[in-house]
Design a protein around this ligand. Structure first.
Ligand code: PEP
Ligand code: MG
Length: 898
């Protein structure tokens, strides 16, 4: 089999369909080369080799690929007309990772590989630029030392060993900038770097270019199992066996003088989705200079540059002199680049994120990929591409990552509150949204507060975990393509970058802005759509779901046949969900209604009563309150089906445990404190989740079922009188046997009939059950003979099928996920392979005896896209999920149908 795929010179062995094998980057390089984009020539070692490496180890893998790699290097040499390791005419290489999905900043990169003490002299001669050659060598030893040889700061507080050497030299020489180093300084740095590496790890820096190459390739494979990569993989649920490919490519240099440069660009705006070519570049720089946020990058287009200058409060004259656009500085190159971005977007039919380098007036495209974008941009771009005729309706829907819609559903700053807000500084609108939180300056501190704003001079991949925990990200340095900006957009997290007015002091955990000091824990607000940084908290309002968002929703409904309902316990939730397009309620958990002050008292009386009479008296107090609740919910969902579930949790959840409350309760019930204590102790269970709960309550205390049924039916009749249509569905929880269900069903129907007689009026209603105990799924054919509907309670079904306690799984699940014993948290993503069988079986068996059986799901999985797809494939009539997941489920349901 082929393990090495070459590309370059407008030819390639691979193409973009080979992502899994070549990784995203490798597949794209091959494809680009084949369609005539000038990519520097190179080759890709496949992801399969990464897996082989993990199995076989270094030596055997090198044997497997040696010949192919040698041939591929020879091919690059031919295209570039240079030679690897040749001091007179050297070829330098870059080595990068590339998994099948892009993992920004996760994997390590080595540039300038192939330099050594001889080659550097040759490079100096050839480019007539000794400084450039030694600076490249200096960068190479530093990068290689860190990435491949593992010489880096051990603790967060420690400074990088190479940076330390640089700082010391600067101090000695009395200079502050890298550019002030003389050639001799750079030579000294290389020497000192190598010495430091030897001192730290006892290994010589490899001078043979081939040794350098092999070690670098192996280091990329190792980085797949590095801490950051594993964290990112787990966060996104990417399995360990995907592996990463290695891309080796000829180096081209953006730092060869004033007619060289490098940049990053997007075919559309990654924040708003606006159809506007944009990006940033730097003259005489290497790639990492643009994203590292150390120099202020300039804009690619003139329009972008002018907009940027406005935000940065820079005059047009200043802009033109100090920060001109590429369009103005190198019009020919800009024209060529603009041509390629159009070709690439048309070819990939999606917004592209491209990297380019200009080497002495020649443009090279280093890479392109589908650009990361915010939820808002995702929606706008999909609809825009659709109206441009580049993609079909189905494709537009498939372009939506359902979970990302969440970003659009959350509050934005209240325009009225914003008018009064005190803006203390302005940065770049790097990732839209509104975030209010308490200042923290270190990623590790992000979890200190419920709402934190991670504020850094600049962020790095080490900060990923903290960025994920924070509500928003604020940086003092860095442009729209800085690490913070790119990662934040990917996470859908609000970010303001490059706010130069912030003077951050990590030591004291403070920040100075315009003469005022802010400390860790102080509240600030950031507006990722405008770049404003605001003192204190700012109120938020609900977003409007119109425009492109509405269009996506409309399309979803056109393509999906499965309905989306909501889990809602209050009229308020029901209204929100209805706004989001819910077509009914799939689960109302009645227990939540009992926690209000007045009700909990009556509830406790009921629970602690000794006799049926006592219980009935307490229930009589609850009846009007419940009836009112149901009227509210029915009214909010007028005309739509509403499933109300009878009381489910174990009773002890409702009784107090503090002495004072127990005493109060005893007084109120006119009994002794002691007797209340005994009762409460009596309710204790070893395994409450497997104990006296669900329909076991209704069967042992039938008066509870009677009361709840009465509340539901009377509420419906009351609304009918007011001319409001209702469709009640009464649901029995935790059924395991046929007789359990029938016992409850009988009480419900008898109660309803009695009420119809009393009121001389009737309504249509249905009685069904949750399927959440494995036995119920097995007995579904029998149960369905009496049930009108089933609703899979996949929370309990998962709990009971796995035997994992819902309340205790947090102790071991994270470790299982880390070790790869589980691929996903089964309480989040439905275990289709195992628990799914019970869903399939329960549905089929149920419908075999009752073809009219309505089947849905109301566990948390009802709003999780892959589980929604599973439900669709199993012919469920609806999924039900929390209100804010309704739009997500609607799109997921349409995607399943496409
Ligand atoms: C379930 O078990 O899936 C369910 C919806 O019920 P609850 O989460 O209330 O137990
Ligand atoms: Mg349940």
């Amino acid at each position: 089999k082929t393990r090495v795929y070459t590309f370059g010179n407008k030819k390639a062995d691979g193409n973009s369909s080979m992502r899994n094998l070549l990784g995203g980057k490798g597949a794209n390089l091959a494809e680009m080369s084949a369609i005539g984009i000038p990519v520097p020539p190179g080759f890709t070692i496949t992801t399969e080799v990464c897996t082989e490496y993990n199995l076989l180890g270094k030596d055997e893998v090198i044997q497997l690929i040696k010949r192919e790699v040698e041939l591929a290097v020879a091919k690059i040499e031919k295209t570039m007309n240079t030679k690897f390791g040749d001091a007179k005419n050297p070829l330098l290489l870059s080595v990068r990772s590339g998994a099948r999905v892009s993992m920004p900043g996760m994997m390590d990169t080595v540039l300038n590989l192939g330099l050594n003490d001889d080659v550097v002299e040759g490079l100096a001669k050839k480019t007539k630029n000794e400084r450039f050659a030694w600076d490249s060598y200096r960068r190479f030893v530093q990068m290689y030392g860190g990435v491949v040889m593992g010489v880096k700061a051990i603790n967060k507080e420690d400074i990088d060993p190479f940076e330390e050497i640089i700082e010391n030299l600067k101090e000695k020489r009395g200079i502050t900038l890298d550019t002030e180093f003389t050639v001799q300084d750079l030579k000294d740095l290389v020497f000192d770097f190598k010495k430091s590496i030897y001192r730290r790890i006892g290994k010589e820096f490899p001078s043979d270019p081939w040794d350098q190459l092999w070690l670098a390739v192996m280091a990329v494979f190792d980085s797949w199992n590095g801490k950051r990569a594993v964290y990112y993989r787990n966060m996104h649920g990417y399995p360990a066996d995907w592996g990463t490919a290695v891309n080796v490519q000829a180096m081209v240099f953006g730092n060869m003088g004033e007619n060289s440069g490098t940049g990053v660009c997007f075919t559309r705006d990654a924040g708003s989705g606006e159809n506007l070519f944009n990006g940033e570049y730097l003259i005489n720089a290497q790639g990492e200079d643009v994203v590292a946020g150390v120099r202020t990058p300039q804009q690619i287009t003139k329009i972008g540059s002018q907009r940027w200058a406005e935000l940065a409060q820079i005059t047009e004259k200043e802009r033109k002199n100090s920060y001109p656009s590429l369009e103005e500085v190198m019009p020919e190159i800009f024209k060529e680049l603009n041509g390629y971005q159009q070709i690439l977007e048309k070819h990939y039919r999606d917004m592209q994120d491209m990297e380019f380098t200009i080497q002495e007036g020649k443009l090279w495209i280093l890479q392109t990929r589908n650009g990361k974008r915010t939820g808002a941009a995702m929606v706008k771009i999909a609809i825009d591409l659709l109206s441009q005729g580049l993609i079909s309706e189905e494709e537009a829907l498939l372009r939506i990552e359902p979970n990302k819609l969440d970003e659009l559903l959350h509050p934005i700053f209240d325009p009225a509150a914003l008018k009064k807000a005190h803006v203390i500084a302005q940065g770049l609108p790097a990732s839209p949204g509104a975030a209010t939180g308490q200042l923290v300056f270190f990623a590790e501190d992000a979890s200190k507060f419920k709402y934190s704003i991670l504020t850094r001079i600049e962020t790095s991949p080490e900060d990923l975990e903290g960025m994920n925990l924070a509500k928003g990200i604020l940086t003092a340095r860095g442009g729209m393509t800085s690490h913070a900006a790119v990662v934040a957009r990917g996470m859908g997290k609000c970010c303001v970058s490059g706010a130069g007015a912030l003077k951050i002091n990590y030591k004291t955990k403070t920040m100075w802005v315009e003469g005022k000091e802010y400390h860790e824990g102080d509240w600030i607000s950031i507006n990722g759509s405008t770049g404003n940084i605001i003192e204190g908290k700012v109120a938020t309002v609900e977003p409007e779901l119109t425009g492109e968002f509405a269009k996506i929703m409309e399309l979803s409904d056109k393509y999906s046949s499965m309905k989306v309902r909501t889990n809602a316990d209050t009229p308020q939730d029901a209204k929100v969900a209805r706004n989001f397009g819910a077509t009914g309620i799939g689960l109302t958990r009645t227990e939540h209604m009992f926690f209000e002050v007045d009700r909990i008292k009556a509830m406790r009386e009921m629970i602690l009563a000794d006799t049926v009479k006592g219980r009935k008296q307490a229930l009589a107090k609850l009846l009007p309150m419940q009836r009112e609740d149901f009227e509210g919910i029915f009214e909010a969902m007028e005309g739509l089906p509403v499933t109300i579930r009878l009381l489910d949790p174990p009773l002890h959840e409702f009784v107090p445990h503090q002495l004072a409350t127990l005493r109060e309760l005893a007084d109120e019930m006119h009994v002794s404190l002691e007797s209340v204590k005994i009762k409460v102790a009596d309710l204790e269970e070893f395994n409450p989740m497997l104990g006296h709960r669900g329909c076991r309550l209704g069967n042992t205390y039938p008066e509870i079922t009677e009361m709840q049924t009465r509340a539901i039916i009377e509420a419906a009749l009351n609304l009918k009188q007011r001319g409001i249509e209702t469709k009640p569905e009464i649901m029995v929880p935790l059924v395991g046997t046929f007789d359990e269900f029938v016992a409850q069903e009988t009480i419900i129907r008898d109660t309803a009939e009695a009420i119809f007689k009393e009121r001389k009026d009737k309504i249509e209603y249905f009685v069904g059950t949750m399927i959440e105990i494995p036995r119920a799924a097995l007995m579904a054919d029998k149960i369905a003979k009496r049930a009108d509907f089933f609703s899979f309670g996949t929370n309990d079904l998962t709990q009971m099928t796995f035997g994992y306690s819902r309340d205790d799984a947090g102790k071991f699940l994270p470790i299982y996920l880390e070790q790869g014993i589980l691929k996903h948290d089964p309480f989040e993503v439905l275990d289709q392979e195992g628990v799914g069988q019970l869903v399939t079986m329960g549905t089929q068996r149920g419908r075999s005896t009752n073809p009219k059986l309505k089947v849905g799901i109301c566990g948390e999985h009802g709003g999780e896209p892959s589980s929604v797809e599973f439900c669709y494939n199993n012919g469920l009539d609806y999924v039900s999920c929390s209100p804010f997941r309704v739009p997500i489920a609607r799109v997921a349901s349409a995607q399943a149908a496409i």
